[in-house]
Ligand binder design. Structure first.
Ligand SMILES: C[S@@+](CC[C@H](N)C(=O)[O-])C[C@H]1O[C@@H](n2cnc3c(N)ncnc32)[C@H](O)[C@@H]1O
Length: 205
């Protein structure tokens, strides 16, 4: 079996993210991961949270095999087959007899590496597929009004926009606005290493 792709940043941030998840998640549940990338997050979280069932997804079909190799090598039985999912193709589970709901929807490092429509679609999809008490967790770099940005994030944002003008680090308040339009509110904000934030979103009461 070929070695799966590897992301050094996912390797660094998986444990800090897990520590926050452990604070805010119940002991068991079902999780949908959006933009699973290399699958390192789902591998780590599924191994550390064995009472949870995980559904990894990726927009790029080629990445699905990579995720499955990683999960198989780890011998995890609480991870479902990776499925192709583009957040902008709605509804997300068009083939399902009934739309599935999840206790957690987790999405790391997608909002700045996708057009803004991916953010609005993520919020709409999460609102549709979160259980009543479910949480959407987004992780990555954000700008915030009144918070001086780090030089690293300013340079990262510039390089993203040079690569693709529709990409870029999002303003947290803009994300909150589209979340509110979808019926979600920001329930918690966690500062994370390397100038990242972990944001927890819940249904409006
Ligand atoms: C920087 S990678 C992050 C991967 C992983 N979540 C992590 O943190 O290591 C960005 C991911 O967003 C995914 N992505 C981009 N546009 C997307 C879309 N419209 N729907 C779902 N995923 C998307 C890419 O395929 C890629 O896996």
């Amino acid at each position: 079996m070929a070695q799966p792709d590897f992301s050094p940043s996912a390797e660094r941030n998986k444990q800090p993210i897990l520590e926050v998840l452990l604070q805010c998640l119940p002991a068991q549940g079902t999780a949908l991961e959006i933009a699973s990338g290399t699958g390192q997050h789902v591998e780590w979280f599924a191994a550390q949270l064995p009472q949870w069932t995980w559904q990894p997804t990726e927009v790029h079909r080629g990445a699905l095999y990579n995720i499955e190799v990683r999960v198989a090598q780890a011998g995890l039985d609480n991870v479902l087959d990776a499925m192709q999912l583009d957040v902008r193709t709605e509804p997300w589970f068009a083939q399902a007899a009934a739309p599935p709901t999840f206790d957690l929807i987790f999405c790391a490092n997608m909002l700045h590496i996708a057009p803004w429509e991916a953010c609005t679609a993520l919020m709409r999809g999460a609102a549709q597929h979160l259980d009543a008490n479910g949480k959407l967790v987004t992780y990555g770099p954000y700008f915030e009004t009144g918070v001086p940005p780090s030089q690293g994030n300013v340079e990262f944002d510039q390089s993203l926009r040079e690569h693709d003008p529709s990409w870029g680090i999002r303003l947290r308040e803009d994300v909150e606005q589209v979340a509110a339009q979808a019926g979600l509110r920001l329930a918690a904000r966690h500062t994370m290493p390397s100038n990242n934030l972990l944001l927890v979103w819940a249904r409006e009461p």
